[in-house]
Design a protein around this ligand. Structure first.
Ligand code: GUN
Ligand code: ZN
Length: 666
């Protein structure tokens, strides 16, 4: 029912398939009142809507008409419709006059596309005992609903709502139990009060602990979220659908939604955007209108802004700039800034979903960026790199760093790793036994061999540093220095970081970073494929072909057999047949995806691999990685580019997982 087309962080551009057509996600479902529809939301961009089955059920006229002509005709919408079950009324009035079974049967009878069971939305900060009690009922009802839908071959798809209030472990417990039930979609419930109180930080916890335990292959809906200011943040956490009455409720209160917050008409001197309404009228015009007409126009603006934001988000995912958008949007309110800062605590989780390489550059927009998945990943991947005896730390000028290095150095500081280090004079640096790295924010240490690899080169940060970034870099450096016997630091770096040092030291000869293409290739291979990959790939009579225009490495051969090519945009290595065969000699599941033997011949012919045939895969696989495709015996069948990460490959049962480059015919 759900397929992923593009990814960034936990955000996905996807396609949701329903009986009334496919819709793109992330998307917003405007709430439609079953009796009154002041504006036609379809005209303003709605692809899917949500309405309330309980309100229809309770109203004799509406109920009769819905059963007669169907829900789509009742609310005059021919696209997909989701229905809610009355749970929200339950949370507001404490009671509803319908059972779980009745509401499930009714939703199917009126022809909804996606129905919802009667979950109990337990608000934030409620006593744990009460939350646990409610949760058991929610889970029981979800079970009942799903068995109903499955046993009776219902046409409608079914939602199972994650509850658990503000208890992270209960959110996880609920999500885990609901995942076992195999519902069609997973809404995340009872977050409206958190949003109303601006408790966005607790919203991050509620969402992250829910999505962590939900399947990757199902769409997730953040219930009652309708302010465009928070869409980008919530999409980055893995939410695919939003719903809201905000567009109309705010309009009724003369309030304009914008991505920077809400504007009150009474305070407006200018119209806030360039939608049809904002171009045609002035605030004075609107204030002079009768209420009904004004409400319609403001609602129209509110929908326009919401859909425009979702288009921008989908574009940002496609180009890989979602976090830049999130960091920008979260500056709209201090509590949102708290939320994005807090999201940094989930960096290791988010890293598992973030593509290895993106079309757009990484921009450092503030200390929050230090916790981004790309930084976490780079610092972890540095562990893959072989370390020499000595380290020379150089300042960052322009990128790529190695191109703009001052060519040679003689003056250094000897870094005081520990007390004993001071007693011996530093060795005379032997270039062959020395690693050269640039120190810079936010990636801390950049071995010069990697200086063209994504995102180390394809990134930018302000030259006026903030203290937090400098401290982060210094702390990382202090740990990293432990890998080396001797560390020499360039005076400019010393000034920037105010490190402890032993003495100023003049090296007897110039220390020079000598470019070595094979060393560079091996370093990139280890960084990309793990330790030992460089040695495995680059043996024999290595020949390197470079671009005449840029001087960059393009093709690498053993005699005349192509091993790898280097992609110009991100300097990652793209495997050729020989490269794939050599990489496959590394032990274990490294870089491998194991597929069902029944589709071996398709892979050997070079056909793409579908997720449902994947039996196992390396934990470290991320989308855009080069991967090896093997059969259940571990024989190499083909190689290609991953479209999904490890977790997604293991969970999805539809759609492509690997775009195969070439197969090995038998
Ligand atoms: N609408 C807003 N929040 C909720 C919720 O928690 N459950 C249901 N069913 N609908 C909602
Ligand atoms: Zn407008």
């Amino acid at each position: 029912m759900f397929e992923i087309k593009a990814k960034d962080m936990r955000g996905r551009v996807g396609v949701l398939k329903t009986n009334h057509g496919d819709i793109k996600t992330p998307n917003l479902m405007p709430v439609i009142h079953p009796r009154k529809q002041p504006i036609n939301v379809k005209d303003y961009g709605a692809d899917i809507v949500i309405t309330n089955a309980y309100l229809i059920y309770k109203d004799e006229d509406l109920s009769k008409k819905a059963l007669d002509v169907g829900l789509h005709e009742l609310i005059n919408f021919d696209g997909p419709i989701m229905t809610d079950s009355g749970s929200f009324q339950l949370s507001v009035y404490g009671d509803v006059e319908i059972t779980n079974q009745e509401v499930i049967e009714f939703q199917e009878a009126i022809g909804t596309d996606i129905g919802t069971s009667l979950d109990i939305p337990t608000g934030p900060y409620v006593d744990r005992e009460k939350v646990e009690e409610d949760l058991e009922i929610t889970i029981e009802r979800a079970k009942e609903a799903i068995s109903f839908v499955k046993d009776n071959d219902y046409n409608m798809k079914i939602n199972s709502v994650v509850q658990g209030s503000t208890y992270p472990d209960l959110r996880e417990y609920c999500a885990t139990e609901l995942t076992k039930l195999d519902a069609d979609l997973y809404p995340i419930g009872a977050v409206v009060p958190l949003m109303e109180m601006y408790h966005y930080r607790d919203l991050v916890d509620a969402v992250m602990h829910s999505v962590k335990c939900l399947p990757e292959s199902k769409a997730r809906h953040l219930m009652g979220a309708g302010h465009p200011m928070i869409f980008a943040l919530c999409v980055a956490m893995g939410c695919d659908l939003f719903d809201s009455a905000a567009y109309i409720l705010y309009a009724e209160g003369d309030r304009f939604l914008t991505t920077r917050g809400t504007l009150k008409l009474e305070n407006m001197t200018e119209m806030p955007c360039s939608c049809e309404v904002c171009c045609k009228y002035t605030p004075d015009d609107l204030r002079a209108m009768d209420k009904e007409e004004r409400t319609k126009l403001i609602a129209q603006h509110n929908l326009h802004v919401s859909f425009a934001e979702l288009r921008l988000i989908r574009q940002a995912i496609a180009e890989g700039s979602l976090m830049e958008l999130v960091e920008e949007r979260c500056r709209a309110h201090p509590m949102l800034l708290d939320a994005v800062r807090h999201l940094g605590e989930y960096s290791e989780d988010l890293e598992q979903f973030d593509p290895r390489s993106k079309k757009s550059a990484f921009f450092y927009t503030g200390p929050e960026s230090l916790k981004r998945a790309e930084v976490t990943r780079h610092l972890k991947q540095l562990e893959n790199m072989d370390k020499k005896k000595n380290l020379v730390v150089l300042p960052a000028y322009r990128k790529p760093y190695s191109k703009y290095l001052v060519s040679s150095f003689r003056e250094f500081y000897v870094y005081a790793k520990d007390e004993s280090n001071g007693e011996d004079a530093p060795c005379v640096i032997d270039n062959d036994d020395t690693d050269f790295a640039v120190l810079d924010i936010p990636f801390c240490m950049i071995p010069l061999e990697l200086d063209e690899v994504y995102p180390l080169s394809q990134s930018d940060a302000p030259r006026i540093h903030d203290k937090i970034a400098d401290e982060f870099t210094r702390d990382f450096f202090i740990d990293y220095a432990e890998n080396y016997d001797n560390v020499l630091i360039h005076p400019k770096v010393m000034d920037e970081l105010e490190l402890d040092y032993i003495e100023r030291y003049e090296h007897p000869e110039d220390v020079r970073y000598k470019k070595d293409d094979i060393k560079k290739l091996k370093a990139i291979a280890d960084y990309q494929f793990g330790k030992g990959a460089g040695e495995a790939l680059f043996t024999g009579n290595i020949k390197i072909e470079k671009s005449k225009k840029t001087g960059k490495i393009r093709h690498v051969f053993d005699k005349n057999q192509n091993i790898v090519n280097m992609r110009a945009s991100d300097s990652f290595l793209i495997l050729s047949k020989l490269g794939a065969q050599r990489l496959a000699t590394l032990d274990g599941m490294r870089n491998k995806v194991m597929i069902d033997n029944s589709v071996e011949s398709f892979a050997r012919e070079g056909k793409s691999v579908f997720a449902k045939f994947i039996k196992d895969c390396d934990l470290n696989i991320r989308s855009n990685d080069e991967v090896l495709i093997v059969n259940e015996q571990g024989e190499l069948l083909a190689f290609g580019k991953a479209l999904l990460s490890h977790k997604e490959m293991m969970d999805f049962k539809t759609g492509q997982a690997i775009k195969t480059r070439k197969g090995f015919k038998k």
